[in-house]
Design a binder for this molecule. Structure first.
Ligand SMILES: [Zn+2]
Length: 307
């Protein structure tokens, strides 16, 4: 009886310790899947699962694109992938340095983890800080999450992973280094956070002009499916057009606001076109973007128009 009590107790403790992400892969093609992240801000309730991750099954292995927001997420990702294939995850690619995309890295510390030089530096330097901030918000699901920097630098136009070739496209605008992957076998385009499909764009490290220019280049690619960093996968070019329109609206609001001597609150109270207001998380992200970007635009445009 006593033993049974301890068995029940330890099972309870086991479950109490792990947050259940309920990850379900969504099929894109015979060998490609993605996990859809919630269109929300980090919270205890979502365990930080707010970004998409994806994987490609090749002849002998699995390629993983981004690792999610915690070690626990990544461990559950492995289990979910195991239900689809028994091939090992050998290669991991970090698209950029935002914590919702790379904090699962320490579940893959024996693997090759690819990223650009810039992203590797940012993760090495700020990874611990990101974890500290997220532990306060996400709490339990962050248990065991440690900074693990990428260990292979991406700098070639294609990579050959066990005979499976991917085009690597080097863009910027969402951050200073945004990696896009194009799989010519399936024509699937993994855009990382250059695309937020119907979800308001996050701009803490953005350069709006560069971002728009990257999107215009992406639009020229003939893909079958686009897998965004946030929001649902899409077979059309609409998400690219909509993201360009969103960024142009954001930039015009800032430039016109500053030129007319408006403050942040006056800009935020201006009317917003319906097609932009309809993006999920619009209120929070738009406010965050205007507050963050205002000083930069004030410096650049205020002096030109008022002196
Ligand atoms: Zn991002």
């Amino acid at each position: 009886m006593k033993n049974l009590f301890f068995i029940v107790l330890s099972i309870n403790l086991l479950f109490a310790n792990s947050f259940d992400y309920k990850l379900k892969p969504i099929k894109l093609s015979d060998n490609s899947y993605y996990f859809y992240g919630k269109e929300e801000y980090f919270s205890e309730k979502n365990g930080g699962n707010i970004a998409n991750t994806a994987f490609i099954i090749t002849k002998n292995s699995v390629i993983l694109i981004d690792t999610g927001s915690s070690k626990e997420y990544a461990e559950q990702l492995k289990e979910a992938i195991k239900k689809i294939t028994n091939k090992p995850i050998k290669y991991v690619i970090n698209t950029h340095h935002h914590p919702d995309h790379f904090l699962g890295n320490n579940a893959f510390k024996d693997n090759k983890i690819y990223a650009s030089k810039f992203t590797q530096n940012e993760i090495s330097q700020n990874g611990d800080l990101y974890i500290m901030n997220l532990v306060n918000i996400v709490q339990k699901a962050m248990q065991g999450t440690k900074m693990e920097a990428p260990n292979v630098i991406l700098n070639t136009k294609t990579i050959d992973l066990d005979g499976y070739k991917l085009d690597v496209l080097y863009f910027d605008g969402h951050t200073s280094s945004d990696i896009v992957l194009f799989d010519r076998k399936t024509n699937i385009l993994y855009t990382s956070d250059l695309i937020f499909n119907k979800r308001a764009l996050a701009t803490p490290h953005a350069n709006i002009k560069k971002w728009i220019s990257s999107l215009k280049k992406l639009k020229k690619i003939n893909y079958s499916i686009l897998v965004p960093g946030h929001g649902k996968a899409s077979k059309s070019k609409e998400p690219i057009k909509e993201n360009i329109a969103y960024l142009e609206f954001l930039e015009n609001s800032l430039i016109n606001g500053v030129k007319n001597g408006l403050d942040i609150f006056e800009i935020l109270s201006k009317p917003v076109p319906n097609n932009i207001k309809e993006f999920s998380m619009f209120e929070e992200e738009y406010e965050r973007s205007i507050i963050n970007l205002y000083p930069k635009y004030e410096q650049k445009y205020y002096s030109i128009s008022n002196h």
